[in-house]
Ligand binder design. Sequence first.
Ligand SMILES: [Zn+2]
Length: 429
Amino acid sequence: MTDDELAQYIDDILEELRENAGKEVSREELEKELRRFLEYGVPPDHAKQTLVKKYTTERPRPSAERILIVDLKPNEPSVHVLARIVSINPREITVKGEKRTIYYGILGDESGTVSFTAWKDFEVNKGDVFEITNAYTKEWQGVVKLNFGDRTRLTKTDDARIPEVNAEPRSFKIKDLRGGLSTVELTARILEIQEREVEASGQKKTVYSGLLGDETGKAQFTAWHDFGLKEDMVIKVTGGYVKAWKGIPQFSFDEKATVETVDATLIPKDGVKTQHISLSELVDRNGALDIEVEGTVIEIRPGSGVVSRCPQCNRVLQNGKCMTHGEVEGVPDVRLKLTLDDGTGSIGTILSRPLAEKLLGKSLPDLQGQSETLITTMGKTLFGHRLLVSGNALSDDYGITLIAHDATLHDFDITKEAEHITEELEELR
Ligand SMILES: [Zn+2]
């Protein structure tokens, strides 16, 4: 729509408001609201009507005006949406010893989709479009959900008012999971699973969490419902969502998701491996679980070498003192903090005692008390050398840090390479 056309619509709205003794509203405000509707594909005539209605009718509650799903905020006591029922599923629950049926589903409008829970049967069908008033919102796991209670009214309306909603779950591989994704479909093998009790909104709940894997990587998961999951099952989850902790994606699903077990040979056990990725990919992903990278040590960061730790809290002592526990008898330790670069990106890595001893070729007692030679040793052994490191990578304000589970020096083997070239030359003769 051109600016002229937009101006014409605004003139029309203002005129209708004058005729209908509507409320005072500035041109700028109308333009802002109109643009918003248009942005989401609302037909201009419909947007115009909505705005005329909004500024003409008495508004008993601020929520009486229609709100786009994308604008829903948690804990609103009364909201009005116009939406299509994308899915609806009944579920039996027991409240105070009494069985009752509630309904879960997904609603959509031009702006997006939202999960809803109906606490009674509103007799709605998939595909129907409703004006929904006096619904309320809650937040669950950082996501807004819509609830229909006793006061909520659903009025069936013309289907054409809402375009077809595309809320089909999208299929992902583990390496592509990112925080914020929803309606995710994922097929993966359960590598580890534990049951634990958590407290959610003041109630004890059993959740099932662990590790999932496919041919592209591994991720942590949490199931907020007992789906009877077991180690070594290969499952297809439809309707999961992803949150990220320090860049590491966490796949979650609750009772609204569909979980089916599929043929376990689809993802064989030995098909789930530690993935070797470039540093630029790791930087793009902003964190990952159980990956392997390779890079040249371009910096041995301060804090590397032999340190003294507090026997009570494990913190590194500064001048023989712990920040919390004061002067204590330190426990010696050795660690390495390195910067790796592979030409595509750079990250930090932290290596604990066993790995530091392995790379330096000396045990902690050998390294103690020779701080000067240690700096030389670290420089000679590591600086400019290639390192293969695996572990979990987290992101924070300082960038990405790989907490190493394993590390090996991986220098270009000049003798082997020379032999290889000779062989190739022989073949050419
Ligand atoms: Zn301490």
